[in-house]
Write a protein that binds this ligand. Structure first.
Ligand SMILES: [Zn+2]
Length: 91
């Protein structure tokens, strides 16, 4: 397993990130040793991009309808509903 200089999106560390194989769409996966979480730098599906959850919650707090949020962010309505349901306390 080779070490690479990739910043972890969860803790911000670069020392603890190692490669972790390839994703389904053949994008490189990385694993943070500090928090034992995996991530990718590129995702095929826009809803998985880092920061998307914050954008959805921000639009929801500004009274944007779920279909409007999905249209603006180029993701599905189901992805918006799923992220709003799962973002109770951690944003
Ligand atoms: Zn980390």
């Amino acid at each position: 397993m080779a070490k690479v200089n990739v910043k972890c999106p969860f803790c911000g560390q670069t020392k603890s990130v190692k490669t972790h194989g390839l994703g389904k769409a053949k994008h490189q996966r990385y694993r943070c040793q500090m928090r034992s979480r995996t991530f990718q730098l590129d995702y095929s599906y826009c809803a998985c991009q880092h920061g998307m959850k914050e954008q959805i919650v921000d639009l929801a707090m500004n009274n944007a309808a779920i279909p409007d949020t999905a249209w603006a962010l180029h993701i599905s309505i189901h992805a918006v509903v799923r992220m709003l349901k799962n973002s109770r306390h951690d944003v």
